[in-house]
Write a protein that binds this ligand. Structure first.
Ligand SMILES: [Zn+2]
Length: 308
């Protein structure tokens, strides 16, 4: 069984203001590193057109209409202080959702062992009714609900190792015990949520990490909080909100992980997917803003996914 990689040129056309960390070059850096012959066996697939109706799995209609109305004809508009949209942002966001949902289909229908979606804009900060933190729609949340509706998954786990707390995913699943949300993230840091005592319906597991900690503290949080929660929950699918901004080179945070930590965490989640989820695992790119740290981390992550 293969590992699928979803990409699409439209993901380069979601534009942000000059100097913004969430920029198209992130995907170019990933594309370059995955061009290496070590990744020749990747099953590379162009993301399909997304189904706009699936956005409603995680967001109400009036919010979706508001985002659509904000998309400019030309130039770049601000949605909030750090979130923006350009003429192709709608199509990029919907295609990111299409790729994530297609990856869910692949793992349920046996076309791939697992999949990595290299898309932007990212999604985990998008709350039910708020686009924020570089995110328009919550791709991971939509994919989780899609797995439940299309493939009758009863329980879906979203594991988020982006260095920022996925406030959006937490917001969407706050009172939905059919989805487990586990996050490791630096605290204090944007967006300010993600304390241990935020537990939703008992389905939210936050493991905040203190600034300037690294591998040991991260792995301990994984071993003591994330993995036991996965074992208790026994998901039918694991979705990774795979941000790589906890890498030590990243300019937006102060957690000192290396690419070996992402390799290790990937292996741990694959082991749990094997135990509980029929190996079904879908990984979605979130943050990661140092181009070298991002590229090396993605290489470690995807390389581990390919080992099956
Ligand atoms: Zn982040």
């Amino acid at each position: 069984m293969v590992t699928r990689l979803y990409t699409h040129p439209i993901f380069l056309e979601h534009l942000t203001p000059s100097g913004h960390p969430e920029r198209p070059d992130r995907l170019r850096a990933i594309e370059r590193v995955l061009d290496d012959e070590a990744f020749a066996a990747l099953d590379r697939v162009k993301a399909p057109e997304g189904d706009e109706a699936t956005i409603l799995y995680a967001h109400p209609e009036d919010f979706v209409a508001r985002v659509r109305a904000a998309i400019p004809e030309t130039g770049i508009v601000s949605i909030d202080a750090d979130t923006s949209a350009s003429p192709k942002s709608w199509q990029a966001a919907v295609t990111a959702i299409g790729a994530a949902n297609a990856a869910v289909d692949d793992v349920f229908e046996g076309r791939a062992a697992n999949a990595f979606v290299a898309a932007r804009p990212p999604g985990h900060h998008a709350e039910k009714t708020t686009a924020m933190g570089f995110c328009l729609f919550n791709t991971a949340a939509i994919a989780a609900r899609y797995a439940q509706k299309k493939h009758q998954a009863e329980r879906v786990a979203v594991v988020d190792w982006d260095v920022h707390h996925g406030n959006g995913t937490q917001d969407i699943f706050w009172d939905d015990p059919s989805v487990l949300y586990c996050s490791t993230h630096q605290m204090p840091l944007y967006p300010g949520t993600g304390a241990k005592n935020e537990t939703g319906a008992g389905n939210i597991v936050n493991a905040p990490l203190a600034p300037r900690t690294g591998s040991e503290v991260f792995r301990d949080a994984f071993l003591s909080r994330v993995l036991p929660a996965l074992d208790d929950f026994a998901p039918d699918l694991i979705i990774i909100s795979a941000g790589f901004d906890a890498h030590h080179r990243d300019p937006l945070a102060e957690i000192n992980l290396t690419e070996e930590d992402f390799d290790w965490a990937t292996g741990q989640l694959m082991e749990r997917a094997g135990r509980h989820s029929g190996n079904r695992l879908v990984s979605l790119l979130e943050g990661g803003y140092d181009l070298q740290g991002l590229a090396f981390s993605v290489a470690a992550h995807v390389g581990r996914l390919m080992k099956g």
